[in-house]
Design a protein around this ligand. Structure first.
Ligand code: PLP
Length: 286
């Protein structure tokens, strides 16, 4: 089935959608994005994603293509036009396509480019992988220094994913100065003696929307949370490990660099957090 995508104000069949070869997203990776999950036809934590988008745009002095209210309406229309039940909506915004290639940002007259597309994932919340867990390897974090901005510069995370695949693992955790930063497309956690440990917010990691929600729910459930750096060795000796993201929700990690974590099976804290996250975020879905 041909998808309907959204490009600069128009809903079009995916085969007819076009973006200029001068688009700065293509030439300079001068763009930001968001991924919002859809469960039962409703957007999960749209407000969180819209807020982070505004922040990413602000940090890069990039004009917003529309208001956040309009953005919500476009997301909803995309769900409706594509008959999306469970899946993901990708939103990409770039600094647009000026007449010529130039490192300097174009003047205010250049309209930003906005693209939305959907990816259907039937049964997204019931992924069998959540029951078996994933295996990760560690790799050096060789990304740029503003990982708090959700840019489309995803080449190194793609390379890291390929390193994981080549090693027979599912994903990679990136390590810098001896500590784990995050996964290729998710935030990383360990559980030790009942405490949930995840790296503190800074420019070193993306401020995950799922991370914020999961930590809030964990604290509401009286679980202990420590926001601090941890090493790969500490992770290997943990009782549990897991990752969070808008597309994977809470996903157990059962092996790090070939070392089984805890029992080698998904642990109870990750399972409980996944349950609470899905339950609570469905309640506020729009
Ligand atoms: N960290 C990185 C590097 C990511 O790319 C992502 C999501 O794509 C996340 C963390 C998780 O963020 P969120 O929970 O907002 O999806």
């Amino acid at each position: 089935m041909t998808r309907t995508v959204y490009v600069n104000g128009e809903y079009l069949p995916e085969t007819e959608a076009k973006v200029s070869i001068f688009d700065r997203g293509f030439l300079f990776a001068d763009g930001v994005y968001e991924v919002t999950s859809v469960l039962d036809g409703k957007l999960i934590d749209f407000a969180g994603h819209a807020k982070r988008l505004e922040r990413s745009l602000g940090e890069l002095e990039m004009p917003a293509p529309c208001t956040m209210e309009e953005l919500l309406a476009i997301h909803r229309e995309m769900v409706a036009r594509n008959g999306l039940v469970d899946g993901l909506i990708y939103l990409q915004v770039t600094r647009g396509a000026p007449a010529d290639r130039d490192f300097a940002y174009p003047d205010a007259g250049t309209e930003p480019t906005i693209v939305l597309f959907t990816q259907s994932k039937p049964g997204l919340a019931d992924s069998p992988v959540a029951k078996s867990g994933i295996r990760v390897i560690t790799v050096p974090d060789q990304r740029w220094g503003r990982r708090d901005i959700k840019t489309v510069q995803l080449l190194y995370p793609s390379m890291a994913k390929m390193m994981a695949k080549a090693a027979g693992a599912d994903d990679a955790w990136m390590v810098e100065d001896g500590s784990v930063t995050e996964g290729t497309s998710n935030n990383a956690y360990i559980v030790k003696d009942g405490a949930i440990v995840t790296r503190h917010l800074s420019t070193d990691i993306l401020h995950g929307i799922t991370r914020a929600a999961v930590l809030r729910f964990a604290r509401e459930a009286q679980m202990r949370v420590e926001e601090r750096a941890f090493t790969a060795e500490e992770a290997q000796a943990a009782d549990e490990a897991f990752v969070t993201s808008a597309s994977a929700f809470v996903m157990p990690v059962v092996e790090i660099d070939g070392q089984a974590i805890g029992s080698g099976r998904p642990g109870p804290v990750a399972a409980r957090l996944r349950e609470i996250y899905l339950e609570e975020s469905r309640l506020t879905a729009v």
